[in-house]
Design a protein around this ligand. Structure first.
Ligand SMILES: [Zn+2]
Length: 395
């Protein structure tokens, strides 16, 4: 069921500073939050229907790109005079409401310059900005290059929405991509790689009173993990990328205290600053796995891999974007990259076009109970994006 844009509680004072009206973006944000797209289970049908109605009312054509009937992504474009496109992208799904919320996560409200609700930060405020900008520019005539919007499903799980864009090939002509994930309105020009693995140990069961008769797979796993942690921390950092990190997110093994456990596995999340670090951590795992405990067998498997991506600072589209950012916000830019992974490596698995990750909200507010976004952050991001698009699309 669709709902109409609800009345906005305003009057916080800073909404209209800078000349960009945020009224529509905030009204869209309220609507987007109230449409449940939590993933798992993942369901983007209703939000896409809402977007379709919105675009149809504006006389704009749109399309759904789906990997499953209930898992559509939303796509639209304004055709340009010249070949190539500028792509605005974000994801429609959110994580499931985690932890204890002190209010209904699907009933957004505004308080003290912030909008609260599930996805307010990650990343329905970014999506609301994409929509608001697209609707604004749709009334300005033909842009220099096409302006495309790609709003994906399933980013919070397996990036299958991004994958369906990849398969549809509609973004193949991208000249520059703006990914509106929450960066606190600071351009990020790269993202770490994400390498997930499952590491298994197999030993031999025995009675818990005679542990020397068995081979303890939990002990092997523990020794392996402690040593792996130490070795990963010794990998050299990369200029402005920071370090390759390791999170041990899951461990499972054994049955009960009085049985020497036969099998144990762990699930690991490496965030890589170099593509070559993937080979290095694989080699580390193999060496440490083999020597962890005499008699224990070790093997590992890849759960998923997204390579690290970066955008060349000297690229004219990127430098123009950074230039507009510095001009509009009066700040000097120091290159930074995202420690988190976005849809981009899945959308562009071979050669990624130049890009910037740039959106409202602080990633520290994402995936948290009582999630919020600061209105001033939406306003800052909106000003930069609008000025940049104006400059490159309607010079
Ligand atoms: Zn996100």
């Amino acid at each position: 069921m669709l709902r109409e844009a609800g009345p906005l509680r305003r009057g916080e004072g800073n909404i209209d500073e800078g000349g960009v009206s945020l009224e529509r973006a905030l009204s869209l944000l309220f609507d987007l939050i109230s449409l449940d797209t939590s993933n798992p289970p993942g369901s983007e049908g209703e939000i896409c229907q809402y977007l379709g109605n919105l675009f149809s009312r504006e006389g704009l054509s749109w399309d759904l790109i789906s990997f499953h009937p209930r898992r559509p992504s939303f796509y639209s474009f304004l055709e340009g005079r010249f070949p190539g496109s500028i792509v605005l992208t974000g994801h429609l799904d959110t994580v499931s409401p985690l932890g204890s919320w002190s209010f209904d996560p699907f009933k957004p409200f505004q308080k003290e310059g912030k909008i609260f609700g599930l996805g307010a930060c990650d990343m329905k405020s970014g999506v609301a900005l994409v929509l608001d900008l697209f609707l604004k520019f749709s009334r300005k005539g033909k842009p220099q290059h096409s302006l495309k919007i790609a709003l994906t499903s399933d980013e919070e799980d397996q990036y299958r929405g991004a994958q369906s864009f990849r398969e549809a090939g509609v973004l193949d002509d991208a000249l520059f991509v703006l990914e509106l994930e929450p960066t606190d309105s600071l351009p990020l020009i790269g993202e770490k790689g994400e390498f997930w693995v499952r590491a298994h140990f197999r030993g031999r069961e025995a009675h818990g009173s005679t542990p020397e008769k068995g081979i303890n797979s939990v002990l092997a796993q523990a020794k392996f993990l402690l040593e792996l942690e130490r070795e990963v921390s010794l990998l050299p950092p990369r200029d402005f990328w920071g370090r390759t990190t390791l999170n041990m997110g899951k461990i499972q093994g054994g049955r009960q205290p009085n049985i020497v456990p036969e099998s144990c596995y762990s699930e690991l999340d490496f965030r890589l600053v170099h593509e070559e670090h993937r080979d290095l951590v694989q080699k580390m795992m193999e060496d440490l796995g083999r020597s962890a405990l005499p008699g224990a067998t070790f093997f590992w498997e890849t759960i998923s891999y997204k390579r690290p991506l970066s955008s060349p600072r000297e690229n004219p589209w990127l430098s123009s974007f950074i230039g507009v950012y510095e001009e509009v916000l009066g700040e000097r830019y120091q290159p930074k990259i995202a420690s988190f992974c976005t849809d981009l490596p899945t959308m562009f698995p071979e050669a990624a076009p130049p890009f910037a990750i740039f959106g409202p909200g602080n990633i520290l507010q994402a995936h948290q109970p009582d999630e919020f976004v600061e209105i001033s952050s939406i306003e800052r991001a909106g000003r930069v994006l609008e000025a940049f698009l104006e400059r490159v699309l309607f010079p």
